[in-house]
Design a protein around this ligand. Structure first.
Ligand SMILES: [Zn+2]
Length: 177
């Protein structure tokens, strides 16, 4: 088990359009497992490549709560894509991000999605009718691969309320680069 350094809001890598993974290698699978450890340690349910400084299309997700005794159900997702299911409705949810600690804001997103990705064995996987936290996580983590963050789409009121904290975070990240 290895814990990786999480890049914080203001780090340039979080704004990169990430590169596709052309081959699932043992090194990348090991990296994904370290990302899962890092995610569990941080109490998150998803982590994307740029958050640990790698601008590659790799996402890990686990929406179970191992810290509350649930059996982990980790997903390692290379080159993930997603789309909205026909009977989806938009839902609000207070989102957070391991790269933007202690800020939680309402974001409205589709409530039911499909996702397609390559797993750790190099197999293509398609999951339909993902709902709840899983649907939320898939969209949030895939946004990271496009250099998008949830604070980009929050309300003006939420933005105003968190502006100085975000500015401080960005300043600190700049110093650390
Ligand atoms: Zn995030």
């Amino acid at each position: 088990m290895a814990l990786l350094d999480i890049k914080l809001y203001g780090s340039p890598v979080l704004r990169k359009n990430c590169k596709p993974v052309t081959k699932v290698t043992p090194d990348l699978v090991a990296l994904a497992k370290d990302m899962l450890d890092t995610m569990y340690d941080g109490g998150g349910c998803g982590l994307a490549g740029p958050q640990i400084g790698k601008a590659i299309r790799l996402v890990v997700i686990d929406t179970t709560r191992p810290d509350e005794g649930e059996t982990p159900e980790p997903h390692i997702m290379f080159n993930p894509e997603w789309g909205v299911e026909p009977d989806s409705t938009d839902v609000p949810y207070d989102e957070g991000c391991l790269s933007i600690p202690d800020i939680f804001c309402n974001v409205v997103r589709p409530g039911k999605v499909w996702t397609k990705f390559t797993d750790e064995n190099g197999q293509e996987v398609v999951l339909h009718n993902c709902e709840g936290i899983l649907a939320r996580c898939i969209q949030h983590e895939c946004d990271h691969l496009e250099g998008k963050l949830f604070v980009d789409v929050i309300s003006t009121a939420d933005r105003t309320m968190n502006q100085s904290r975000l500015r401080d975070m960005a300043k600190k990240a700049k110093k650390g680069e």
